[in-house]
Design a protein around this ligand. Structure first.
Ligand code: SF4
Ligand code: SF4
Length: 434
């Protein structure tokens, strides 16, 4: 398999142009950060969107993923979905129920959002409108069922509709209180969760880490949230309740993606789908429609990760451990969020761990083909896959090189808080972001 051409040649030190852009960013920074405050963002839904031609270069592909990859070689098979210890999962949920990250790390998340103003602002009007549309689905009264539809026929219609409106993939999983944030316990509208996925533009994603790549991710969120609201309205028209959860899902979206057979957990902590790796955005719709459940699948991802570990090597802050351990009853590499979050906030969303993943760049099929042919992971230790331009110094870092981040980077004095600090939960006053 030939490696794809990089979107642009390695640029090395960007010199005066980069210095100019950095100075401009500094000048406009305070204004951008003020507009990205929670209150100002809420008003962005009244601002017109950028015209479609201005967004054309980073729009998502509008066709459903058509096929599943070929059979996984027997040497790469492990388990369908993820290795679990059910008793430990139940115990973890009982003793330490999951909490929504944005609420527990309220100050860090708000501070980080403001730092990402260059990425957020261009897509914010569409994002805020789609979130409004999604939250309105909670109040839709379902129509009287016009006809009694069989479960499999209803499921087919829902998936067909999702494909018609341009979603890349949908799957159905069982609602699971263990993976629901404690803030949303008891608020579910039914016993099923529909996982909605939209692929993110390939070419623009290869510019990670950069403001424009982060802008693509936010734009993709705006698109898929809008689509999920349309899907919820469609289900309501069939006589069932459905609620689009919007930007902040009520539980762990990756858990539901694995349970619905749409991918497997990568070492980078993301859902690796066979078609696009983690280069996609996931949102959830909960419903009482009696849809047929999908099942977890073994795509060979854990074995590929064991041979790859590109994200572990390339993470600028060393936040990804190289080995998995049981964590809350699930075998995974637990990301160190206190190392990751400051980088995401200050380095244009970072996401190097997504950028350097061969499944994201080439798709799982070619990666499996190459592994079967040569025993190697496609692209590993090449600049094409592992090299990136670092937005904080304008330099290119190839395989074996990483930017140097000083200790104060992880607790910047200007932020005025500690990234490891957690807020106590208050049930009467839940904090929401945007
Ligand atoms: S987002 Fe960046 S800092 Fe965080 S885990 Fe990924 S590569 Fe590391
Ligand atoms: S970069 Fe490699 S190790 Fe990391 S998630 Fe992707 S395939 Fe797995």
């Amino acid at each position: 398999v030939a490696l794809a051409e990089p979107p642009h040649p390695p640029r090395g030190d960007r010199g005066s142009l980069w210095q100019l852009r950095r100075a401009t960013r500094r000048s406009f920074g305070p204004i951008g950060e003020a507009i990205c405050s929670r209150r100002a963002l809420a008003l962005m839904r009244f601002v017109p969107s950028l015209p479609r031609f201005a967004r054309a270069r980073y729009l998502s592909p509008r066709h459903p993923w058509s096929t599943r990859p070929r059979d996984v070689p027997s040497g790469l098979r492990t388990v369908a979905g993820i290795t679990r210890d059910s008793a430990a999962e139940i115990e973890a949920a009982r003793t330490e129920p999951l909490q929504e990250y944005q609420q527990v790390h309220y100050h860090a998340t708000n501070w980080g959002n403001r730092k990402l103003w260059r990425a957020i602002l261009p897509a914010a009007p569409r994002l805020m409108r789609s979130m409004k549309k999604a939250s309105a689905t909670a109040h839709i009264q379902p129509s009287e069922p016009v006809e009694q539809i069989r479960r499999d026929e209803l499921t087919r219609q829902v998936k067909e509709y999702a494909a018609t409106i341009g979603m890349s993939a949908v799957g159905v999983a069982r609602y699971d209180p263990k993976y629901t944030y404690v803030q949303y316990h008891g608020q579910e509208v039914g016993d099923r969760v529909i996982v909605c996925i939209l692929e993110q533009n390939w070419k623009m994603t290869q510019n990670i880490p950069s403001a424009v790549a982060e802008q693509v991710s936010i734009s993709t969120y705006a698109e898929v949230i809008d689509q999920s609201a349309m899907l919820a309205e469609f289900i309501c028209s069939k006589g069932y309740r459905a609620r689009a959860q919007g930007m902040h899902p009520h539980g762990i979206a990756i858990h539901y993606g694995v349970a619905a057979g749409l991918g497997q957990l990568g070492l980078n902590g993301q859902l690796l789908t066979p078609d696009a790796g983690s280069r996609c955005r996931i949102v959830l719709v909960d419903t009482d429609a009696p849809l047929v459940f999908d099942e977890p699948v073994d795509y060979g991802v854990p074995a590929i990760c064991d041979a790859c570990k590109a994200c572990v090597r390339r993470c600028p802050s060393g936040a990804i451990p190289s080995n998995r351990k049981m964590y809350r009853g699930v075998l995974k590499a637990k990301i160190n969020t206190a190392r990751c979050h400051p980088v995401v906030a200050q380095a244009e969303g970072c996401a190097v761990c997504m950028r350097v993943c061969p499944v994201q760049r080439y798709g799982l099929g070619p990666v499996l083909d190459e592994f079967e042919r040569s025993g190697k992971v496609l692209g590993i230790e090449t600049d094409d896959l592992e090299g990136y331009d670092w937005p904080l110094d304008g330099k290119h870092y190839g395989p074996g090189e990483r930017p140097l981040l000083q200790p104060e980077f992880f607790n910047p004095p200007e932020a005025g808080f500690d990234f490891t600090r957690k807020l106590p939960l208050t049930s009467d006053k839940q904090k929401t972001l945007i």
